[in-house]
Design a protein around this ligand. Structure first.
Ligand code: HEC
Length: 242
């Protein structure tokens, strides 16, 4: 803004200021009335209809999968992505949002440009769009991640109905025996310390799969103690993971 523009602006501003009404009490009174109306409507609705509550918490359940509310999915996803790098977890989940809030808070101090048109502010526009896109992406992926103790992969289409049944049972056994604590299968499980098992059968032949389960390399525990039928279902499930 050059000197002439500045003077023009100040002149217009003082004219408008003389014509207008002061914030106190005029605007304040208007806002208070509106706030009182909104509050009244909320009180009325809660008295008439009550608040919707979900079922009571059950302290004995072992299958409950904790999930945040949808507007926290982006933070949840950030934590999920970072949990394998413990060094950065605190930075990603507390540090990044805090730094972003501080930047937002200090905006009036470092952004002193008088330019108001968004098309003339490429950096602000790019930063804003990037933040929205990143939060939308994290919210989306956070909402679609599988539970940490079930496998939901589709059986390969070339299997017979009976084989598909075995496949589904195998998924259940994998979920129950804790493989997901160390392995990824499809969209579920942890990314380490064990390798991703989504396509394990294309690398490891069936004999060797069974041998690994009986006599694995630590830290993987041995699963030789599983009942025979469960063990066979598990091996046949793994050997279908092409
Ligand atoms: C405590 C962690 C842990 C658990 C639980 C675990 N594994 Fe593993 N698993 C590993 C590690 C680590 C390796 C890699 C070992 C190595 O380097 O040879 C591995 C290797 C394997 C391999 C060989 C993969 C390859 O590419 O050679 C298979 C198959 C396997 N695990 C299946 C399972 C199954 C099925 C379960 C559940 C019944 C399971 N694991 C439970 C840690 C685990």
């Amino acid at each position: 803004m050059n000197q002439a523009e500045k003077e023009l602006y100040l002149r217009e501003y003082s004219i408008l200021k003389n014509q207008g009404k002061p914030f106190f009490p005029y605007a304040l009174a208007k806002d208070s009335v509106m706030a009182a109306i909104v509050l009244g409507v909320i009180i009325f609705l809660s008295l008439m209809f009550g608040a919707e509550l979900s079922p009571k918490a059950n302290p004995t359940t072992t299958t409950f999968v904790p999930r945040p509310d949808w507007y926290f999915f982006f933070l949840f996803e950030l934590l999920r992505v970072m949990r394998n790098v413990p060094k950065f977890t605190a930075m990603a989940t507390v540090g990044v949002p805090t730094i972003a809030m501080i930047f937002l808070f200090l905006l009036p101090f470092y952004d002193r440009s008088p330019e108001r048109r968004i098309t003339h502010r490429p950096v602000a526009l790019a930063a804003g769009l990037f933040t929205i896109a990143a939060m939308a992406y994290l919210t989306y992926t956070g909402a679609n991640t599988g539970s940490p103790n079930t496998v939901d992969m589709k059986p390969p289409a070339n299997l017979s109905a009976a084989q598909k049944d075995t496949f589904t049972q195998g998924e259940l056994i994998v979920g129950q025996t804790g493989c997901l604590a160390c392995h990824t299968l499809g969209g579920n499980g942890n990314d380490g310390p064990g390798p991703n098992l989504t396509h394990v059968a294309s690398k490891v032949p069936q004999q060797q799969l069974a041998a690994t389960l009986i006599n694995p390399t630590p830290p993987m525990p041995s699963f030789a103690g599983l009942p025979k039928d469960k063990f066979n279902t598990l091996v046949s499930f793994l050997s279908d993971l092409q």
